[in-house]
Design a protein around this ligand. Sequence first.
Ligand code: SF4
Length: 457
Amino acid sequence: MKRRRLTFLLIHPEISRTRYNFVGVIENECLELEYISAMLKKEGHAVILYDGQVEPFGAGTAIQKTEPDVVYVCGRARQENFMLEYCANAKECGAITIIGGLHAQLCYERMYRPCVDFIVTTFDIYKILDIVAYAVYHEKAAAEQFAGVCYQKEGVWHYQAGEPFDIRRLPLPDRSYFNAFPHRYQYLELAHAAWVRTAYGCPYRCAFCHRNRMNMGQLSLRDIEDVVREIAQIDTENIYIVDDDFLFDTERLGRFVDAVRQQGIRKRYICYGRADFIAKNPEMMRKLKEIGLYYVLVGLEAIEDSYLARYEKRSDVHNNVQCVSVCNELGIHMMGMFIVDLSFRAKDFRALYHWIVEHQVRHVALSVFTPELCTPVYEQYRDRIITDNPSHFDYLHLVARPAYMGVRSFYFHYYILLIRLFLKAKREGVYDFIDYGDYIRSFVANMFRGMRKNDDM
Ligand code: SF4
């Protein structure tokens, strides 16, 4: 049977419909969709990409305008409602609907809905071609082709676990959409930051983290020289290496530094790294700074060893202190990421602020402890869960009852801490490009809105 050319609409939903959507502050390039776009175009299909972060019209309009044969939607837990809404829109227009992305890897059963035809639960983008061969061209599918894909047959959902994906099979991403928005996709003050991925998975197993469960828990690495060749071709100054942990192998990093130097690449880099690595490898951090490392995002998580032990972080507060000191001495902007734990008492919120001041952490990100959906941690907290709205699983909301204070009291102290950190950042001239007043006013409003009902952020 002759295969007809299909039109695919690939959708990255908006992050949130509230003011906390980070538009204009942090906007993420749709890298996973760009891999898919490259693969589909190579097969001769027409591809339209829609990113709810940057488009001026809704995804529903995009579906109506483009009349696609296939709609593919990806996203995270907080975007689940949007993903399902777009599948319902697409179904009304007669399209085949596929859901993929990080959330689908662990929570595929939550999306067993009539408006969803297929769910891809692996990083293996080539499953989309298998789905199309089966659903559009009516070719017989071998069982292994559908490993890692959920599908319905006679009204019953079927699923067979997939295999870990070898990242080296990915094509180079089709960045035409990213390039069409030269004034978007920033990371804080770094304009037009292109995402680059060098690995799937993480070698660590922190207890609270669901990232290490992706790719069936397997780490898959690209050849670092291949990564550098890709970076050399990207027409932007800022490169956001989005691996869960880029800084873990000194030999691989050494080859990265050498290759960047040899090719004379001059760019600024953002990446994730661990405090213990940074504390123990100041010389490597110096080399990375020399080739352009600008932001390193570090999960410091806590200021007490008891919390780090409970999180199975395999690091300690001494490393956190050393890490901040190494980055500050080298002039690397370190984004210290902390968990606001459900066991916090009022004094813990205050202690966290004082630790941040004492150790001169200039860039800070707070996450409310979140038992991730569809993980063993969620099951541990099941009887304390206070919301079933997936959009609340955004690390800004409380999704489980705190241990030692009421929900309102917890939010009160959380917002006081946020306001103090914003005022500190304003005094120090950090994030001068954002409207502090707007954020602080909204935190204060939330605080006085009866410490919120958990539904208006
Ligand atoms: S190092 Fe980071 S990405 Fe890896 S398991 Fe721990 S928190 Fe998750």
